[in-house]
Ligand binder design. Structure first.
Ligand SMILES: Cc1cc2nc3c(=O)[nH]c(=O)nc-3n(C[C@H](O)[C@H](O)[C@H](O)COP(=O)(O)OP(=O)(O)OC[C@H]3O[C@@H](n4cnc5c(N)ncnc54)[C@H](O)[C@@H]3O)c2cc1C
Length: 467
């Protein structure tokens, strides 16, 4: 199993499987070590989100890996946010521009099921003939020795490799080992909120119970419900609420109390979830953790990516996408050396990876937290919805001069840190525009449009249109 010169990937989740495929595509022999049993034999592990929003950064990495067609076959286009007010009123906000999407249709995000996506990536990697996945191999420790790495696993097995990619998730064992080395920074914090999932099955006609081309949000101030469609015509509904206090999980002791909670806050949902009690009782209330660390590499042998390097809250739909972008950037760095760098090139390659990715991991962490506040507090606010309408009008009329932050994050490849900086400037501009006394009557006038464009020309360092 061990090869002194081969690559080790620790963690066969989404990012590890993709990284293994990208390495194999460049001719590397790869051993992947995964803590869990083979999901093809024991079924997918419960306890993680069932479906995920895949967007442009993720697609670009999948394209480089040659996995777009396979993933597209399980991906559902989601074209808009649909906000559900307490009185049942629906408000739609399209995600992107008409006709500008990756596959020729409207710009949109895609809902993909975690298990099948993971399987496609893992099996594509195995199909290269260069990747072996070793299940039930939880990494316990590693040591750099004699120009290579000695890996040890719980249960006593060991292996030796030249290089190791730590893709073992938010509670990474690779990172925990790195934390014992000098000058390694690490921070971790939990959101005060947790989440619980319930399934919305197809309706009696066998069709989706609500609009399948939208991500549904029931914003209720400091808590919210979200629903994302699945190809089997179900929706996964996720309640995000504080653990403690007002409307918190601790105020919902059982399924009956949960029904009352849903009746009060999401009255249009309960009738569509017939197995509510079963789901409520069976599904865990899971926590949301954020981590940061620096550097993302250790010497020339070990590197972290995905959640192992930067666990973020899920509210921008970018955790997996940013992890896929990490893998794509690493592959680009390898390609700069013909796919297989010389020994002497690895130290600078690893340093460059941290330099390129760390600031962007931090930026998407900040953006995701901000988007949580926007989704739960502001998507129900008429003033915020008006601001979004004005921004959308600007983008439609002047796509070269105004690109919304959401689009920069979701539909472009602009580094997250640049998107964050440009978004902050745009936010200042929009606050000034929104403060006009005539804004509600004049929001779609030439005057408001020119006002915003003048401020943009003055303040934005470069037109935020690159991709
Ligand atoms: C509720 C929720 C919703 C989300 N929605 C989205 C979304 O819409 N879009 C999006 O882009 N992202 C989303 N995310 C984030 C996304 O799930 C993660 O960013 C993504 O799973 C990270 O992939 P990864 O491969 O880095 O880590 P993981 O998926 O956690 O995989 C890590 C793997 O390592 C294995 N492992 C762990 N420890 C060891 C060990 N010691 N030895 C060997 N193997 C080990 C694990 O078993 C696992 O297979 C969401 C997250 C949550 C919680």
């Amino acid at each position: 199993m061990s090869d002194d010169r081969g690559m080790a990937v620790v963690g066969a989740g989404l990012v590890g499987s993709l990284m293994a495929l990208l390495l194999a595509n460049r001719g590397h022999k790869v051993d992947v070590y995964e803590r869990r049993a083979d999901p093809r034999k024991v079924g997918d592990a419960a306890g993680r989100s069932i479906n995920l929003a895949l967007s442009e950064r993720g697609w670009k990495a999948l394209e480089l890996a040659g996995a777009v067609d396979a993933v597209r076959s399980i991906a559902m286009p989601v074209k808009a946010r649909c906000m559900h007010a307490l009185d049942g009123t629906l408000t739609y906000q399209p995600y992107g521009l008409p006709g500008k999407g990756r596959f020729g249709h409207d710009q949109c995000i895609y809902s993909v099921a975690r298990g099948p996506l993971n399987r496609i990536l893992m099996e594509s990697a195995e199909a290269t003939g260069l990747v072996s996945v070793h299940f039930e191999h939880p990494l316990a420790d590693f040591q750099a020795k004699d120009g290579g790495l000695n890996l040890s696993f719980k249960g006593g097995k060991s292996a030796r490799h030249q290089r190791m990619f730590g893709t073992d998730g938010a509670f990474s064992a690779v990172r925990q080992r790195m934390m014992k080395s000098d000058r390694f920074d690490f921070s971790q914090s939990y959101l005060a909120h947790g989440y619980k999932e319930v399934a919305m099955p197809p309706n009696s006609a066998g069709d989706f119970a609500i609009d399948p081309e939208a991500l549904h949000i029931w914003p209720r101030g400091h808590f919210m419900l979200m629903a994302l469609p699945n190809p089997d015509k179900t929706f996964t509904c996720t309640l995000f609420a504080p653990y403690e206090g007002d409307q918190g999980f601790d105020s919902i002791p059982d399924a009956e109390a949960a029904r009352d909670y849903f009746h009060e806050h999401f009255p249009d949902v309960l009738d569509l979830v017939p197995d509510f009690d079963r789901d409520w009782n069976q599904n865990p209330t899971s926590s949301l953790v954020m981590t940061r660390c620096n550097p993302w590499h250790q010497g020339e042998h070990v590197v972290l990516m995905g959640d192992a390097a930067h666990a973020i809250v899920p509210f921008y739909g970018q955790g997996m996408n940013s992890g896929f972008e990490d893998a794509r950037v690493m592959a680009d760095l390898l390609d700069a050396h013909g796919g297989s760098p010389d020994e002497s090139a690895w130290p600078s390659l690893m340093t460059e990876f941290t330099q390129l990715r760390k600031q962007n991991g931090d930026a998407i962490g900040d953006l995701a937290l901000r988007n949580f506040i926007e989704m739960r507090d502001r998507t129900g606010d008429p003033r915020f919805l008006l601001q979004k309408r004005i921004e959308r009008r600007l983008t439609n009329l002047h796509p070269d001069q105004w690109k919304p932050l959401y689009s920069m994050v979701t539909f472009s490849h602009l580094p997250y840190s640049e998107a964050l900086a440009l978004g902050q400037i745009q936010d200042g501009i929009m606050q000034e525009v929104m403060d006009r006394p005539d804004i509600e009557a004049q929001w779609d006038s030439d005057e408001v449009e020119q006002h915003a464009l003048r401020l943009a020309a003055d303040r934005l360092p470069t037109a935020p249109v690159s991709s």
